[in-house]
Ligand binder design. Structure first.
Ligand code: MF3
Ligand code: CO
Ligand code: CO
Length: 256
């Protein structure tokens, strides 16, 4: 008999009660994003969005997961233009024509909900508009194939082939992640890959899909602050993120 590699043994499997809790937390994170969307306009400081998001979570019985996470001192991430991810809110002001990703992770009753969207600030270029559209669609290409038995490589392949068919590149240095009763757990979800490669996914697994797609090259670097990741060539970068759970015949998106 062939010995199967137990690669997925360290990945947590969540039950129905967990799925209910994860959905509640995910929906709250999604609502927080919807709430801060109204605040995004030229002249607004990213700190203002940070405080509004934190208050929204607290007012709804939840906490921000990033706040005090590994020394991170803000409640959300705000990544503007060529910032790929982990932009730190501060006194920086949003300008007309910018794109800004807002990434919110809630902890509600011990369950994590992680979601992000890239918003436009006022009117943006046609080029930026197209990047946002294709980045969202790339995430959905990775989500719509989810069901027990497909592999992590299938997910990466779906995202990468879609993004690259539009002439964009997929960031390699950051990935999606298992999530549930902790913020980041196994497995890593790469947004590039080959069909059929990697671990098979199973019912009860919960993870994020959060592709970062660049107008230029995929290379990134992290700034002096130890968090802010930018494209090396300073090209525009966009990201969308959902938290999903695997069910019998497919998937459930928790962060709607
Ligand atoms: N929410 C981010 C993610 O999608 C992680 C942010 S960690 C922080 O995984 F500390 F930078 F906030
Ligand atoms: Co995430
Ligand atoms: Co996130």
């Amino acid at each position: 008999m062939k010995i199967e590699k137990e690669e997925s043994s360290s990945v947590k499997i969540y039950n129905d009660a967990d799925f209910k809790g994860l959905k509640k937390s995910g929906e709250l994170a999604a609502k927080a994003l919807e709430y801060i969307k109204k605040l995004i306009k030229p002249g607004v400081k990213t700190n203002f969005i940070d405080q509004a998001a934190n208050k929204y979570l607290n007012d709804h019985g939840a906490f921000s997961a990033p706040l005090f996470y590994r020394g991170y001192m803000k409640s959300i991430c705000t990544s503007i233009n060529h910032v790929v991810c982990h932009g730190i809110p501060g006194d920086k002001v949003l300008n007309e024509g910018d794109i800004v990703n807002v990434d919110i992770t809630s902890i509600l009753d011990g369950y994590y909900g992680d979601t992000s969207k890239t918003f436009s600030v006022g009117n943006i270029s046609v080029e930026a508009e197209k990047l946002l559209k294709v980045t969202y669609e790339s995430m959905m290409e990775g989500i719509k194939i989810l069901k027990p038995g497909i592999t992590l490589g299938d997910i990466g392949f779906a995202i990468q082939s879609y993004a690259e068919s539009h002439g964009y590149s997929v960031v390699r240095d950051f990935c999606g992640h298992g999530i549930g009763k902790t913020f980041h757990e196994e497995p890593n979800i790469l947004h590039y890959g080959k069909k059929g490669e990697g671990m098979k996914i199973k019912k009860g697994m919960v993870f994020t899909i959060e592709p970062m797609i660049n107008l230029g090259e995929y290379h990134t670097k992290v700034l002096q602050d130890g968090w802010t990741a930018v494209t090396k060539d300073k090209s525009l970068s966009a990201q969308f993120e959902h938290t999903v759970g695997i069910i019998d015949n497919g998937y459930e998106i928790f962060t709607l």
